[in-house]
Design a protein around this ligand. Structure first.
Ligand SMILES: Nc1ncnc2c1ncn2[C@@H]1O[C@H](COP(=O)(O)OP(=O)(O)OP(=O)(O)O)[C@@H](O)[C@H]1O
Length: 595
């Protein structure tokens, strides 16, 4: 009870304090000025947290996007007498648009190159503001930015403060809604386990770009308010230090946590104000704080607070999700997709991993691929699911050529897969991991999701029920609310299968699903595979566990050094002398094998 109520009380108290502040300080007080500025920084930090915390893309150049918003408002209101609101929208759109231009080439590179490119963008932009005197008035800056007005009334410090608080609250809610949606799940998947993002059909580039556009737009909005609050906009306001300041704010508060940007901005921003006498010690205090946090609270202040709170009020066992799941109905039949592979070839440098492999898996059947280590089994799955591009050959899925299609397009066509090492998103619950599977099926757009429109809410509710049904189907519904990182290995494998099914997979590729399972888990897996096959799905299973293969597969293909050594019914293949010699060695040949 206490645990459920306190977060709401804390949120209401924070909002109440923010709304009540002007009643306690004068309208023209420095405190109100500082509080307004704090709100502006929080708006930018909320956006940066979405990008760096949730989508894992560190931007070292956010000052540039704040500058775009600020200069748009300053120039349009001062030189062209635009109303603030229209100028702010232009600033927001320009920041988002230039963000796309800056980010698109950078996303082809890894996270750290991305960070450097954003830093380079900010440095170039800073110089441009200085050099483009005809537009920006150089070092002198744009002065006399008028305050916003509505219904003929100019905003004084108080209405401006309330407006900033309102925009901050709206930004917080919109971003929170996005984070809890399929977009947020995809952000985290791309951040933590990119292959899993591909497996559910999410494009890493597009996902990162979405996060960047939202983040840059929020920086633009913050810049718009920055201009009207300070009334003067100069290049000195947007140096690289400013970008670093934003990043430190979210890191300090707690990257990838909802309250991180707010707590971070409060601490980072208020410390120098409260310790005005210690101005010269400011950087030392920041440094000490950061060092302390890295050592003792790697998830930032919010993370440390949450940990302390969890210790104080441990979570009661959640019955809700499991109870819901027990009502799940049996899964409807699945129209399996045939897989036809011919002449498949793949070379990695000097290693010929596959050399002209043929494989035909009829729709609705279960086929196993076995072979010694390094024989090319995983490479075959990676080629069939679009993770690798073959050097030659053909891969037809449901009779349609899949060669040249990206992994996410193949996933969207109904191909689900699991990985040799389970690739769940550790920070998401089992339920969220399964819901992630529905990524390409979800219809609610970004706006509908951010605004939590009834259609988006109804879809999310329906998919949640469906995901619970799949967790129930694979037998781990009781883990629905547990973070995947805390779930035992064997159950993670089952959740991966549930995720593939949630994606509407009609052809499921399982890469060593029995590895590391106990005997009871193995039996469970065996029953599960047979049930899925019984529903009509096509299954291709790469496996070393030959008992399992003999029990579930109707056909077996044996690979050896990248070529097909034998193919046929398990009993026949396992008794083939060449197979025994190549795969199991001379000893097995003498001792006999399972059939
Ligand atoms: N990305 C890669 N880059 C370079 N070589 C690779 C790559 N992927 C696979 N290989 C090589 O290709 C060969 C086949 O590897 P693959 O992983 O497909 O074998 P496997 O049959 O799945 O083995 P295991 O049973 O150990 O998983 C190996 O020699 C491997 O080292």
């Amino acid at each position: 009870m206490l645990r459920a109520v306190v977060p709401y009380v804390a949120q209401a108290a924070a909002l109440g304090a923010a709304l009540a502040l002007p009643a306690f300080v004068g309208a023209n007080s420095y405190a109100l000025f500082v509080a307004t500025q704090l709100g502006i920084y929080v708006i930018a930090a909320i956006g940066l947290n979405l990008l760096a915390g949730y989508a894992g893309q560190v931007s070292l150049g956010h000052a540039a996007f704040v500058a775009i918003g600020a200069y748009s408002v300053a120039l349009l209101t001062v030189d062209h007498h635009w109303p603030f609101w229209a100028a702010a929208v232009v600033g927001m759109v320009l920041a988002a648009g230039l963000g796309v231009l800056a980010a698109l080439p950078a996303f082809r590179l890894n996270t750290w190159y991305f960070a450097f490119i954003t830093l380079a963008f900010a440095l170039v932009f800073e110089k441009m503001i200085v050099e483009w005197r005809w537009l920006t008035k150089g070092f002198a800056g744009v002065v006399g930015v008028p305050p916003p007005s509505a219904f003929g009334h100019e905003f004084g410090p108080r209405p401006l403060y309330y407006t900033v608080v309102a925009v901050t609250v709206v930004a917080f809610i919109l971003v929170r809604n996005i984070v809890h949606s399929r977009f947020g799940r995809a952000f985290v998947a791309v951040r933590d386990v990119e292959p899993a993002a591909l497996a559910i059909g999410a494009s890493p580039q597009r996902t990162k770009l979405t996060a960047f556009v939202i983040s840059a737009a929020l920086a633009g909005v913050a810049g718009a308010f920055f201009a009207v609050q300070k009334t003067v906009v100069t290049p000195d306001d947007f140096t690289a230090d400013f970008s670093i300041f934003f990043l430190l704010t979210v890191v300090l508060g707690g990257l990838g946590t909802p309250w991180g940007p707010i707590i971070g901005a409060l601490v980072f921003f208020l410390i120098p104000e409260l310790l005005a006498g210690l101005q010269s010690w400011r950087m030392l205090i920041y440094g000490g704080l950061l060092l302390g946090l890295m050592l003792f609270a790697p998830h930032g202040l919010y993370g440390a607070l949450r940990q302390a709170w969890r210790r104080f009020a441990p979570a009661p066992p959640k019955a809700g999700a499991a109870a819901d799941a027990s009502e799940a109905r049996e899964h409807p039949p699945i129209a399996g997709l045939a897989l036809d592979i011919s002449g498949l070839r793949k070379q990695f440098g000097g290693v010929l991993a596959l050399d002209g492999v043929d494989l035909s898996v009829p729709a609705g059947s279960c086929c196993a691929i076995v072979g010694p280590n390094g024989s090319g089994k995983t490479t075959l799955l990676n080629l069939a699911s679009g993770y690798y591009v073959p050097d030659a050959g053909s891969v037809k899925i449901g009779g349609v050529e899949a060669l040249g299609s990206s992994a996410q397009k193949i996933a969207a066509r109904g191909v689900g897969r699991t990985f040799q090492t389970p690739r769940l998103i550790a920070d998401l619950t089992a339920l969220d991991n399964v819901m992630l599977g529905a990524y390409t099926r979800e219809r609610a757009g970004l706006l509908a999701t951010a605004l939590r429109l009834p259609s988006a809410r109804a879809e999310a509710r329906r998919l949640r029920q469906e995901a619970l049904g799949f967790l129930h189907f694979v037998g781990v519904a009781d883990r629905a609310d547990v973070e995947a990182g805390e779930i035992p290995h064997g159950q993670q494998r089952l959740i991966e299968i549930a995720r593939a099914m949630m994606g509407g997979a009609r052809l499921i590729l399982l890469d060593e699903p029995a590895a590391g399972l106990s005997m009871s888990e193995l039996e469970r897996l065996e029953r599960l595979i047979m049930r899925i096959c019984g529903l009509g799905a096509t299954i291709v299973i790469v496996e070393h566990h030959l008992d399992l293969v003999a029990n579930v597969a109707s056909d077996v293909t044996v690979l050896d050094r990248g070529t097909v050594l034998a193919a046929g019914k398990p009993a026949m293949v396992f008794n083939d002398e060449r197979v025994m010699r190549a795969y199991m060695g001379e000893r097995a040949l003498k001792a006999g094998v399972p059939a």
